[in-house]
Design a protein around this ligand. Structure first.
Ligand code: FAD
Ligand code: MLT
Ligand code: ZN
Length: 452
């Protein structure tokens, strides 16, 4: 086994011995994979961009088994790589060296299924928004206190708990130091979500000095395509996705999918899921009429039968697949203020010129989440140098997130500082050391090694 891969030195974890295998076999008879060919699938990621060389994969069925495995591995200093469906896009799901792969493939049982189912307010109302939290105590309680107690309130059923609607926090810690996690991004998967630790901490961990909160629009129709859409379809809207014309060309070319509308620079896919489909359809066609009449869109098509719905979704969902058919893919998953979202794509297109085959943008517009992807005939170091760190600097300049939803994994861990201050990274490393002192869980991933 080489002691260095991808410029990373193997840490001094133990190597799996025959005695270890015997232990696992005894614990989970018949659910250990050591066959080299069978292991290949689990050692390589979905994008086929990174490959580990694990010699054993374990398939626990219960939480007790997972607990036994980890207890044993921790004691024996064996590194473990947790793996689910292995569809991660940042190289976090496969080992770097010979880490034991702990697969959750057999942990797929459905455990239970339920079939049922005043000042700030005034300020927001004037702007046509509302607070997602509404308490009988409004007018008296403070937002810092609401967060520190994780208050529920009357609107929880509709808008969810503060754990979802608090987007950022600023906290003063016991030693007086400031932790600034005051972002207002809808998506930001750069490391641990430290703010969650303070929501509901009842003042025992720090004093909350500022809060950023996601406020829903006051429920009524409002005009412009996204604003109009949110205003008109707000309560039934379940997806607002976009793709550019380059993406459309790729799914047409590589996957032979048909574009159902006139060729355009951008395409938007809107999905509603209200309780009454006839009502949804009526609202959607009304929306389409309005945005077409206002020249916001050139043409639209509506789908209510399953086959057509699936065909429309395939255009958006299969972009990732089409990109892999186009060549070597450089993937970026960025959160930015919506009005800046596409500028990064056009800027990158100009910057890279003919050195890239395609520079495309698609993603979850409704969440301010852009997937910027660049393809080339083959992998080139000089192309990578032209993209990075430029793309991260650009994102950081507009206070975006360098990983909105895919995480940092193995590939992006060194770029965390473009989205998180040094103190936050340090705190994450300290939490990691506290919960996993030997560092056996998914080593080499997510966080940069602590400076020694
Ligand atoms: P894996 O890929 O196996 O693992 C991902 C990470 O989670 C690894 O670090 C792994 O160690 C860890 N992990 C897995 N299981 C556990 C566990 N039980 N306990 C602890 N750690 C664990 N992502 C989005 O956010 N939005 C999208 O719209 C989206 N669309 C995608 C479309 C395609 C075609 C593909 C290939 C990927 C897409 N992804 C998307 C990325 C990916 O699917 C998600 O990150 C997904 O949640 C990973 O789940 P998984 O079970 O495959 O986990
Ligand atoms: C998506 O939105 O399609 C996924 O996140 C996958 C990707 O980024 O390619
Ligand atoms: Zn996505």
């Amino acid at each position: 086994l080489t002691s260095e891969r991808y410029g990373v030195q193997r840490l001094p974890f133990a190597h799996v011995s025959d005695a270890d295998l015997a232990f696992f076999e005894h614990l989970m008879p018949g659910r250990i994979v050591t066959d080299v060919d069978e292991l290949k699938l689990f050692n390589v990621d979905w994008l086929k961009s990174v490959r580990g060389c694990s010699k054993v994969l374990l398939k626990p069925r219960t939480t007790v088994e997972v607990s036994e495995i980890l207890r044993y591995c921790n004691e024996k200093n064996l590194a473990v790589n947790p793996q689910g469906g292995n569809t991660g896009l940042v190289g976090g799901s496969v080992p770097v060296f010979d880490e034991i792969i702990l697969s959750t493939a057999l942990m797929n049982q459905v455990i239970s299924f339920d079939n049922v189912s005043e000042n700030l307010n005034k300020y927001l109302e004037e702007l046509d928004f509302i607070m997602p939290l509404d308490l009988g105590a409004k007018g008296s309680c403070h937002i810092g206190g609401n967060v520190a107690t994780n208050a529920g309130g009357l609107r929880l059923l509709r808008y969810g708990s503060l754990r979802g609607t608090v987007l950022g926090l600023e906290v003063v810690l016991a030693d007086g130091s400031l932790l600034n996690c005051l972002t207002s991004l809808r998506k930001d998967n750069t490391g641990y979500d430290l703010k969650q630790l303070f929501i509901g901490s009842e003042g025992t961990l720090g004093i909350i000095t500022a809060v950023s909160i996601l406020c829903p629009r006051k429920p009524k129709a409002v005009l412009q395509t996204f604003t109009t859409c949110k205003g008109m379809l707000g309560e039934i809207l379940s997806a607002y996705e976009f793709m550019d014309s380059e993406c459309m060309k790729l799914v047409e070319r590589h996957l032979k999918l048909a574009n159902p509308v006139t060729e355009s620079p951008f395409y938007v896919l809107i999905e509603t899921s209200g309780s009454n489909s006839a009502h949804d359809e009526e609202k959607l066609s009304h929306f389409l009429e309005q945005v077409t009449a206002a020249d916001l869109v050139v043409e639209g098509t509506l789908a209510s039968d399953d086959k057509k719905i699936k065909a429309l979704w395939a255009l958006r969902e299969r972009i990732t697949e089409a990109l892999t058919c186009d060549g070597s893919v450089y993937k970026y998953d960025i959160s930015l203020p919506v009005e800046k979202l596409y500028d990064l794509v056009t800027d990158m297109r100009t910057r890279l010129g003919r050195s890239a085959k395609n520079v495309v943008g698609y993603g979850h517009l409704g969440d301010g989440n852009l997937h910027l992807n660049i393809t080339a005939e083959s992998y080139s170091h000089s192309l990578l140098d032209a993209i990075e760190p430029y793309v991260y600097e650009w994102t950081s300049r507009y206070r975006g997130s360098i990983s909105a939803e895919h995480g940092l994994g193995f590939k992006k861990k060194h770029y965390i500082h473009y989205s998180k201050p040094q103190e936050a990274v340090l705190l994450m490393q300290q939490f990691k050391a506290m919960l996993d002192p030997k560092g056996i869980l998914n080593p080499y991933k997510m966080l940069p090694a602590k400076a020694t």
